[in-house]
Structure formats: C-alpha cells, structure tokens
Design a protein around this ligand. Structure first.
Ligand code: UDP
Ligand code: MG
Length: 244
C-alpha cells in the first residue's frame, strides 16, 4: 500500500513542488501565487457562485490517450452547439504563450504526468467565464480524483454528465502513433506512461461518476461515424438540448 501510494504520488507533481521550481519574483512577493484562482468564487453552502444567471450544462469527456475524445467532441460541437474545451489544448496554449508555467507544463506533458490541478482548473474556469455559451464539453479532464475534487472546490459545481470512450489499449497506441500532430508526447515511451497514469489515476474518476449515475460509456471502436452514432442518442434524449 505504501509503495503504491508512493508510486502514484510520483505521477502527480504537487503544485508546491511546481511552484518551488519557478523563478520567484523579487522582494519575496510570492503571495500573488502563480496558481491562485481568481474568477469564480467557491460555492457557499453548496450553491455555486458564478456571474451567470443560469449555470452552463457541463459534459466531461474522458477516455485514454487516443480513445477519440477530441474527434468525437468536434462532432458533438457541430451537431449540438457545445463549446469544446480541451484541457490538453489549454495547457499546450500556455506553453506556446511563454507563460511562466510553460516550461514546467511542457516537462510534465513529456513525462505523461498530470499538471497540478490548480493550473488546469484555472485555465478551464477562465475559458468558461469568457464564453457565453450555455453548454461546454470539457475534454480530457479530470484525469485524477485530485483533479476532480479541485474542480468541484474551485468552480463549485459538478458536471451534468460524463462521457467515457472505452477503447482497447492496442487500438489507442496505434491511433496515437499514427496521428502525426507533432505532439511531444505522441511517442511510444510517453504513451506507455500515459496509459499507466490513465489506469492508476483516471479510471477511479470514471468509477466515481459511474457510481453517481452520471457516466455514459461508449464503445470507442469502429469508424468515427459509427462511434458518433452511439454518442448521438445520449444528447438527443436530453431536455437541455432543446433549449436555444
Ligand atoms: N494534461 C494534464 N491535465 C489535464 C489534461 C491534460 O496534465 O487535465 C496533460 C497530461 O500530461 C496529458 C497531456 O496533457 O498526458 C495531453 O493531454 P490530452 O488530453 O491533450 O491528450 P489525449 O488524451 O487527447 O491524447
Ligand atoms: Mg485530445
């Protein structure tokens, strides 16, 4: 048990460790905290506090690397008018914008590990707040129970539904190695680590939502259109999709 905890914790750098390695501002002005969350206030008495009149409809989209989350999200966007927020893309944007966390995020992604929750949740929260849509797909997040709890604590809400693209490992590896998007983590060594992280840390999140009755498991084998045929009815039968 001890060994397992130690193994798992090595997969998730703490935000403190992340911070420690950042160049510090002069005069000890660390208090502004590179990972503080600023936009939404945490929930009070279980009631989420946002600047919107109506809470948006949030769908988390989960599945291993190469399970087809991003591809299916594009189809859901076209058909059901969602805004697509890929946590991985938000992190990659941070890297290319030369933000102060960029180098550390890049290192974490190369190792197939999970970026500290505060960093990712803040990016997601900002993206939601700057978009007036009433429905969002959050793709590739939460990747751990710690991610999930941080989201609930900071945003003060739970997702309405969760999709899980269930795909055999060999198929996922084949797709990632063939996708040619120039990603630093699409190589066999990193993929192996990402699969390990997925099994150890992301599957418990999927089990959590399954127990809560929020999970929709989709068999993610077949053509893009065949898989979308399995996704489509999940949304058409939902009342919220009729709201304009
Ligand atoms: N990542 C992370 N937290 C997230 C989402 C992504 O730390 O919430 C990092 C992690 O290192 C992951 C990488 O970004 O391996 C790529 O994630 P993405 O979702 O883009 O990969 P996919 O599963 O689509 O291949
Ligand atoms: Mg993706």
């Amino acid at each position: 048990m001890w060994r397992r905890v130690a193994q798992l914790s090595s997969l998730v750098p703490s935000s403190k460790a992340f911070l420690r390695n950042q160049p510090q501002p002069p005069y000890g002005l660390q208090t502004c905290g590179a990972f503080s969350t600023e936009i939404l206030k945490p929930a009070k008495d279980g009631v989420p506090t946002t600047t919107r009149e109506k809470l948006p409809f949030i769908t988390f989209v989960l599945g291993g690397p190469g399970s087809g989350k991003g591809t299916q999200c594009l189809k859901i966007v076209e058909t059901f008018g969602f805004s697509h927020l890929s946590a991985g893309d938000l992190l990659r944007k941070e890297i290319s914008s030369n933000s102060e966390n960029g180098a550390k995020i890049l290192e974490t992604i190369k190792e197939g590990k999970i970026v500290p929750s505060e960093v990712t949740v803040k990016l997601i929260q900002r993206a939601i707040e700057s978009n007036n849509n009433d429905r969002f797909l959050i793709d590739g997040f939460p990747r751990s129970e710690e991610n999930r709890r941080a989201y609930e604590r900071i945003v003060g809400a739970e997702p309405n539904i969760v999709l899980f693209f269930d795909c055999p490992e060999e198929e996922m590896v084949k797709r990632v190695l063939n996708r040619n998007q120039g990603r630093v983590d699409d190589n066999i060594d990193t993929i192996k680590k990402r699969l390990e992280v997925f099994n150890a840390l992301s599957l418990p999140v999927i089990n959590y939502y399954s127990k809560k009755g929020k999970l929709h498991k989709i068999r993610a084998v077949g053509t893009e259109d065949e898989i979308f045929e399995r996704v489509h009815p999940i949304f058409t039968r939902m009342e919220v999709m009729k709201r304009k």
